[in-house]
Design a binder for this molecule. Structure first.
Ligand code: IDP
Ligand code: MG
Length: 152
């Protein structure tokens, strides 16, 4: 059986501004993923540049930093077996225009530069991104009464 994973999810400024926090959290939660940490923050430029460091130098990097720091975001740690891959699949392709219907990006967004949500793309990035946004004591290990009905 695959081990429990933790992954970072961010509801980006467009998701917050458009009143979609509840819908986005609900979609992830109702799949069975467990919220291990959640907070609203206004990302500063230093955090944004660190978080998106891999994209530095690309044409969309500066607009991306501007977008992600333009207004508050909601940062979450989601937990579950295969949580990293499951979150990515639930969010959909980076470009909402070609994301599969039924994914968050396809159902709520149109453009790549306003794609609502972030999800870590692998075990290494999940670890570093979670640590970038949350102190260890902000992440809760808790028994959810529905766990045995979700995890075999
Ligand atoms: P991901 O968020 O699906 O992992 P990445 O390729 O890591 O996608 O890109 C990070 C973020 O940068 C995207 O979610 C999107 O907000 C933005 N981005 C990526 N490519 C483009 C682009 O071509 N134009 C505008 N923004 C982009
Ligand atoms: Mg990425």
């Amino acid at each position: 059986m695959s081990p429990m994973e933790r992954t970072l999810v961010i509801i980006k400024p467009d998701g917050v501004q458009r009143g979609l926090i509840g819908d986005i959290v609900a979609r992830l939660e109702r799949r069975g993923l467990k919220v291990a940490a959640l907070k609203m923050i206004h990302m500063d430029e230093t955090l944004a540049r660190k978080h998106y460091a891999i994209h530095e130098g690309k044409p969309f990097f500066e607009p991306l930093v501007k977008y992600i720091t333009s207004a508050p975001v909601v940062a979450m740690v989601m937990e579950g077996r295969k949580a990293i891959e499951i979150v990515r699949k639930t969010l959909g392709a980076t470009n909402p225009a070609i994301a599969e219907p039924g994914t968050i990006r396809a159902d709520y967004a149109l453009e790549i530069g306003r794609n609502l949500v972030h999800g870590s793309d692998g075990p290494d990035t999940a670890k570093t991104e979670v640590a970038l946004f949350f102190d260890e004591n902000e992440i809760l290990s808790w028994a959810r009464c529905s766990d045995p009905w979700i995890f075999e």
